[in-house]
Design a protein around this ligand. Structure first.
Ligand SMILES: *Cc1c(COP(=O)(O)O)cnc(C)c1O
Length: 569
């Protein structure tokens, strides 16, 4: 009764306000306008509360500060006096980048345009050999982290033969190349079995991990749109997720929430993931393992969230590839329980695996797998009324290099299960030796600290917090470079990692010795410089620029300049 009375009063007030003094049409228009306004304001406020709830008040303020800073600093830095100073320094750095990257040689022929008449094959062979000899990081002797996943010289020969036989093949035309179709189907099936694919699971081959991640994102977006009506899609992933997921969100217009790590385990903080889930979430992500730290997220817990909230979960095993999937079978960790990360977990709906990493296939080869065909169909592009005929393509590319896929197929059946078990055992034995050494060597364990508890092929470490002031990790990296070792540099926190490959297995002792030597040397340099103003090494200077809010935007310009340099002749 009471209630009705108030409703009546409100209704009659509205009526009076909008319709008594106006003509009817104007009144309606005014009412509609205000309802729409109220709706928009309500949505904005509800978004705000969702964000504050998701990130927590402090996390939200940090995020806000960052976005305000990244809006204003570029404006401030475009002011003429500041800009000219920055441009000058930028140009100096760009010159350095060019010197570093554009290795050339007076002995080399130059081709800024097509030669008038073609060169003979034998002349080209000579040129190719000369180009191979340009000064570069020594990957062949195992001095480079990751980068080259070499399966042995015999395998290389096999892959080249496969390429030779199929170099004209195109997966776009299964009628012309039926053998290639069969091989691709078998590659997908073999990799699905390795990741314990279940009844109905499926996948496709792609050009690399990034394409696999793009497709996982696209499929999740389309799935959300089709089956849940989500048109403001959001993705939740750890800050350690590969940049390919950021790229997917950028390309396909999705909002990405990056979640902090649990400070103890360096795995994604599950509670924070849960708080960020909302009605627009189309995909959760985790890595097995991640690129920066080689740490496997707690996929079992992520899977539980995925099941509870009925949201797809992607596991990025691009890097884990044929290492993480063979940890159990190879028994490299003895009988120790290996946490689950694959289709055995009910919440996992897609997995990406790079066959061109620890599968040792030729570069340009990865697999995206799905729990069911509906998810795979969500990545397809179909155009039934195209003037060029009925068209459909399963992945991002149209034409696809069949030869690379054939190389992958030949590699998988050449290695076989035994081969991958063995390579996993050898590589992980060595990475564990490295980890143990940093943890237990009296000198190293004093200054360095392993990040998280990596059980695969990638080990990352940082300077212990209390020694941060006397030792710089980037300076250590520069010293190691001088000895020919190329570690990957990481940020937030500053750290280094080494991805062990078959090539690095034989040089593990040298690597450890040199790490000890360089750390000692680094300490001595710091000691000598104690009273002088310290001169930063190149790497430290670069990350100094990237890490500071005040220089936000400059790091981006440097990266763009680096990319431009790739195409300079
Ligand atoms: C290498 C890698 C990828 C994919 O990178 P591509 O260079 O496109 O092959 C994705 N995720 C992780 C963790 C990786 O290490």
């Amino acid at each position: 009764m009471f209630h009705d009375k108030y409703v009546d009063i409100i209704v009659s007030n509205i009526y009076e306000y909008y319709f008594m003094n106006n003509n009817q049409l104007l009144g309606w228009l005014q009412l509609i306008r205000e309802v729409i306004c109220a709706y928009i304001i309500f949505n904005k406020i509800s978004d705000l509360f969702t964000a504050i709830y998701g990130y927590g008040p402090i996390g939200y303020i940090k995020k806000l500060y960052k976005s305000i800073a990244s809006f204003f600093f570029p404006i401030i830095m475009s002011l003429p006096p500041i800009k000219s100073k920055i441009d000058k320094e930028l140009n100096e750095t760009i010159v350095k980048i060019e010197q570093e990257l554009m290795k050339n040689d007076d002995n080399l022929l130059q081709f800024p345009q097509l030669p008038k008449s073609g060169l003979s094959s034998s002349d080209i062979e000579i040129e190719l050999d000369k180009l191979k000899e340009l000064k570069h990081n020594d990957w062949y002797n195992g001095r480079v982290s990751g980068a080259v996943y070499h399966g042995g010289d015999d395998l290389l020969k096999l892959q080249s033969d496969a390429y030779f036989k199929y170099s004209v093949a195109n997966q776009l035309h299964p009628d012309v190349f039926p053998g290639v179709r069969k091989m691709e189907a078998e590659v997908v099936s073999m990799v699905l079995k390795i990741f314990n694919g279940t009844e109905g699971s499926c996948g496709s081959t792609t050009s690399g991990g990034t394409e696999s991640l793009l497709l996982a994102g696209l499929s999740a977006r389309e799935f959300g749109k089709k089956f849940k009506g989500i048109n403001k899609p959001e993705v939740i992933a750890p800050i350690t997720i590969h940049a390919g997921i950021e790229k997917a969100c950028f390309y396909f217009g999705m909002k990405l929430h990056l979640v902090e790590l649990d400070p103890k385990t360096f795995q994604v903080d599950i509670k924070k993931v849960r708080r960020l889930i909302n009605k627009n979430t189309v995909l959760l992500c985790g890595s097995a393992p991640n690129y920066p730290h080689g740490v496997i997220d707690d996929i079992e817990e992520l899977s539980k969230l995925a099941v509870r909230y009925k949201i797809p979960l992607h596991v990025d095993a691009c890097l884990g590839s044929f290492i993480v999937s063979f940890l159990e079978k190879s028994k490299v960790h003895g009988d120790k329980q290996i946490p689950k990360f694959d289709f055995r977990l009910p919440g996992v709906t897609s997995i990406s695996c790079d066959t061109h990493k620890y599968g040792f296939a030729p570069k340009g080869s990865s697999i995206i797998m799905y729990r069911n065909k509906i998810l795979r169909q969500c990545q397809y592009y179909i155009s039934s009324d195209w003037t060029g005929g009925m068209y459909g393509s399963p992945t991002l590319a149209g034409s696809r290099p069949g030869a690379l896929m054939v190389g992958c197929w030949a590699t998988l059946i050449n290695f076989g299960e035994e081969g991958y078990k063995k390579s996993c055992f050898e590589i992980v034995s060595v990475s564990m030796k490295f980890k143990k050494c940093i943890k237990e060597n009296e000198f190293l364990s004093k200054y360095l600290e392993i990040i998280g508890d990596p059980i695969g092929s990638v080990i990352s470490f940082k300077i212990k917090d209390k020694y941060n002031y006397i030792l710089g990790i980037y300076d250590l990296s520069d010293l190691l470079s001088k000895k020919g070792w190329h570690f990957a540099t990481l940020q937030n926190p500053p750290a280094l990692h080494f991805a062990f490959t078959r090539l690095t297995v034989p040089v593990i002792n040298e690597l450890i010795d040199d790490l000890i030597i360089c750390t000692k040397e680094s300490l001595e340099i710091e000691h000598e410089n104690k009273n002088e103003k310290k001169k930063q090494g190149d790497t430290a200077a670069l990350y100094g620029i990237a890490g500071s809010v005040h220089t936000a935007g400059i790091a981006d310009q440097l990266i763009a300049a680096f990319l431009d340099t790739l195409y300079k002749v």
